[in-house]
Design a protein around this ligand. Structure first.
Ligand code: NCD
Length: 322
């Protein structure tokens, strides 16, 4: 049992031994430390020189939900740094969770045998519960509609790469704003900085819940819109996420009729030269494939690539190896 401080307490300087559960734990200073380390690792890994910061470190990858990018990027990042992973996919079928073992007993096992636990689960708050009984750091790789902090860390890194700042930005965030944990973490991340304004474009039934809105720091200006004609033409970025079918309440087919889709026409009408287009992926009908060739589209290029570098730096920092 971890008798330490609140698992969600703020990370102000050192990452060593910390759980990563929510963007609300971060400060501009701690994000800046992570980005500097990411730049360093990026250079080292790209040079294809041996990098062994994580030699002899072992990570548990505990994924109760499907995953492509998050799983592969964590697994590859750890291995590229000389560490190894124990991959437990669908633990409800393949581990003693299937026999009814409690979370607390299972976490005891993972934290006795491995150095860090990276967990994805369909239930909001699951990573927090794991963290509260773990003696090793827990990284939230997505908890239901809750948060997806490592996604946001590389989304912010990608935005910073382009604009060299994370304040005073105007963004359009579109799609399943209500159920997307990637969007929830992104909003919390942008709220850490001053003078950011976000237009949220979605059908009314996918607006943020009042509780979530109330919980957002007032530093972030939120403007909810339902019509494409209300998109401002001077955005710095557009961020789209698919309908979260696995979580949406109501008739998904009906909701999809009014779901915003990025097309070349939409971009020609409301886009501008400087903006970048992000999507945590998977893209499922929310971005027309014709947009992929547009140089502003970074979801299959820089954003995707940054996922590995930011996660590599984060794991190394949390394990006190960087
Ligand atoms: C996101 C997720 O799992 O929340 N995927 C990802 O990790 N890149 C977004 C999504 O599933 O739509």
């Amino acid at each position: 049992m971890n008798s330490g401080p609140d698992p969600r307490s703020k990370i102000t300087s050192s990452y060593r031994g910390r759980h990563i559960l929510s963007l609300s734990q971060f400060t501009p200073a701690s994000i800046s430390i992570l980005f500097k380390k990411t730049d360093e690792l990026h250079r080292l890994i790209k040079r294809k020189k041996p990098v062994d910061f994580l030699q002899r470190s072992v990570a548990t990858l505990l994924f109760f939900e499907p995953s492509t990018r998050t799983f592969v990027s964590f697994s590859s990042a750890i291995k590229k740094l000389g560490g190894s992973t124990i991959d437990i996919l669908s633990p409800g079928e393949t581990s003693s969770f299937a026999k009814g073992e409690s979370l607390s007993d299972s976490v005891k096992v993972f934290s006795t045998y491995t150095d860090i636990i990276i967990v994805r689960h369909p239930e909001k708050g699951f990573a927090d519960r794991a963290a509260s009984v773990s003696s090793v750091p827990v990284i939230n790789a997505g908890d239901g509609e809750g948060e997806h902090p490592t996604q946001t860390l590389y989304d912010l890194y990608t935005i910073h790469q382009k604009f060299r700042r994370l304040d005073g930005l105007k963004g359009l965030v579109m799609g399943d704003v209500r159920n997307s944990r990637s969007i929830h973490s992104l909003l919390r991340g942008l709220a850490l900085y001053k003078r950011n304004t976000i237009y949220l474009l979605s059908p009314k039934e996918l607006f943020l819940t009042p509780d979530f809105k109330k919980s957002l720091p007032k530093t972030l200006t939120i403007i909810e819109i339902t019509k494409e004609s209300d998109i401002p033409v001077d955005c710095d970025f557009w961020y789209s996420n698919r309908l979260q079918k696995e979580r949406v309440k109501g008739n998904a087919q009906k909701i999809l009729k009014n779901f915003p889709v990025i097309t070349p026409t939409l971009l020609a009408r409301y886009g501008n030269k400087k903006l970048i287009l992000l999507d945590p992926l998977p893209r499922v009908g929310n971005i027309d494939e014709q947009v992929d060739q547009d140089p502003r589209a970074v979801y299959l290029t820089n954003q995707l690539e940054n996922g590995l570098f930011v996660r590599a730096a984060l794991v190394a920092l949390v394990l006190g190896k960087l």
